[in-house]
Ligand binder design. Structure first.
Ligand code: SF4
Ligand code: SF4
Length: 78
């Protein structure tokens, strides 16, 4: 599996949770945001993106972010 550095931009995050749904579907076989390896914490009106220790830097979450809050760069790990 390819490994990417996943770049985050909290300011662009809308809180749509597409990233969490994509990750949980891929690795937990269920649409369960709380089981995702990427997490979006809501701090009032702001979002804070983080990754759990289980993240394998596959880039799938970035592929599913429509707002530019997650971008994958060249190989090298998350
Ligand atoms: S990082 Fe992207 S896909 Fe995930 S909640 Fe934010 S805007 Fe949505
Ligand atoms: S890069 Fe990490 S958080 Fe994103 S889909 Fe892959 S395992 Fe999940």
């Amino acid at each position: 599996m390819s490994k990417y550095r996943i770049l985050t931009d909290d300011a662009k995050c809308t809180g749509c949770l597409r990233c969490q749904l994509a990750c949980s579907q891929a690795y937990q076989k269920s649409f369960n945001p709380s089981a995702a390896r990427v997490r979006v914490d809501f701090l009032g009106v702001d979002c804070a993106i983080r990754f759990t220790e289980e993240c394998v830097a596959c880039g799938l979450c970035a592929d599913n972010c429509l707002y530019g809050a997650l971008e994958k760069s060249a190989e090298g790990g998350a």
